[in-house]
Ligand binder design. Sequence first.
Ligand code: 8LE
Length: 473
Amino acid sequence: MDAQNPMEQWSWPPRYDETYRPPSGQRHWFPRRETMPAGERDEAILARIREVMAYAWDHAPFYRRKWEEAGIHPSAIRDLSDFEKVPVVRKEELRADQAAHEPFGSYLAVDPGEVKHVNGTSGTTGRPTAFGISERDWRSVANAHARVMWGMGIRETDTVLVASPLSLYWGSWGAYIGAERLGARVFPFGAGTPGQTARTVMWMKQMGVTVFYGTPSYALHLAEVAADEGVDPADLGLRKLFFSGEPGASVPTIRGRIEAAFDAAVYDSGSMAEVSPWMHLGAANHEPGVFAWQDLVYTEVCDPVDHHRVDYGREGTPVYTTLERTSQPMIRLLSNDLTRWEAPSADRGRTYPFLPQGIYGRIDDMFTVRGENVYPSAIDDVVMAAEGYGGEHRIVISRKSTMDTLAVQVEHRGVAESTLDGWARAIEDKLRRALGVGAHVVPVEYKTFDRTEFKARRVIDDRDLLRRLGSGS
Ligand code: 8LE
C-alpha cells in the first residue's frame, strides 16, 4: 500500500500512474479501495463529493444556477444524507442546456479547447446530446474500466472483441480504452453493418478472441449466426463475455443461454454514458448482479418521487454522481432505471453495495396490466426459458375497450405443429405465475422477427398508437 496515498491513487483531480498494473494473480486492481470498510470509504467519498461540487460551482454555470435556485451551497454538504437534498439532474435538462449553450452545454467545466474526444447519444429522434471529454477524463475512464475489467478476470493475455457500434456510442470506446489500458489486445470489430455478423464469427476464430463485449441481444444473435455458418459458438474459444447497454446479463434465463451457447463466463456492467466510467457496475463471482463501485461513480438507489435513498433491500432508481470526471461532471443524474440494492458485505469480496438483479428495466418501459406492474425483462426471462424457444419474441400491449391486454408473440423452433397449442399454454402458465397477470402467447415461425445488433426493442405498445390517434384514454 502506498503510504502517501492510502486509497491507492485517489486524488482530485484524478491522476493515475499509467504504468501501474497489479501482478496477474492478484484479484483486485486496487485492493484497499475495493475491500476497505464501506463506512471508511464513505468518508472519503463525502470529502470527494464536496470537492467535486465546489469544482462544479466554480467552473460550470449550469450547476451554480441550479443550486442557487435550490438554495444549496457545496459547503452545506456535511454528510451523505445532506447530499440527498441536492436536486437531481434530468436528461432533458442536459439536452435543453446544450441547445442554449452549444455545443457542450454550460455544464462543461473545462475550457472548450480541452475537449479532445466527442461522443454522443445515438438516439435517432430528438436532439442528440454531445459528450465533450477532456484528455484527463479519457484517461480516468480508461483507468477505471481497466480496473473493473481486471475484476472480471480479464488479463493482458486476452484478446478483447468490441462488438458494438464504434461510432458515437461511448460504450464501445469505454470498453476499448479500458482493455487497452489493461494491456490486453483490443480488436474493434464493431457491429451494425449488413453481413458483419458472419464476418465477426470468422475473424473471432482467426484472431483467437477470448473476451467479447457488446449487448446481450447481440451475443445471442451472434451465437445463432455462428450456428447457421456451421460453427458451434462454444468452439469459438471465448473465456468471458461482458455486457452493457440493456438488461440481460443479470436476467437468469438470458445469462444462462449466453453461458451455455459460448461455454464461457458472463459479466454484467453498465450504467449510463453520461456517467462514464459507465462500467462502474462490475461483476460478482460468477453470479448475476453487479457492484456499485462507489469510489468511481457514487450511486444512490432512490425513491423515484422524492429522490432520497431507499433502504438497502428496496427497489428504486439509480441516481449517479461522477467522482472522477472534470469535463462534464454529473452530479445526481437521474437514471429513471429500476434496480434493487443490498448492503455492502465483505463476503462478496468487494465492499460495495450490490445490485443482485442488475438494472432490470426503465421506469418508462414498465407497464401496468390489470393493476400489476410488468417489466419487459421479466417476460424475457420466462419466454426465453421455454424449450423450443426460437430466438426472438415481441411483447404487444393493446387496449380492448377499457382494459389493457398483454400478448407475447414467441418464435418456436423444433416444436411439432400438433403440440404448439400446449406449448403456448405452458408458457402462459409460467407467465401468469411470474407476472401475476395473464398473457396471451401466440407462437410464430422461427426468424419471423429481425435480430438486433445493438439494444433490443421488443415491446410494441398499441396503446401509444391509440393515444396518438386521439382515441385512447
Ligand atoms: C440494464 C452504459 C452504456 C454506455 O453501455 C449505455 O448503454 O449507455 P446509454 O446508451 O447512455 O444507455 C443507458 C441506458 O441503458 C440505461 O439508462 C439503462 O436503461 C440501459 N442500460 C445500460 N446498461 C445496462 C442497462 N440496463 N442493465 C445494464 N447493464
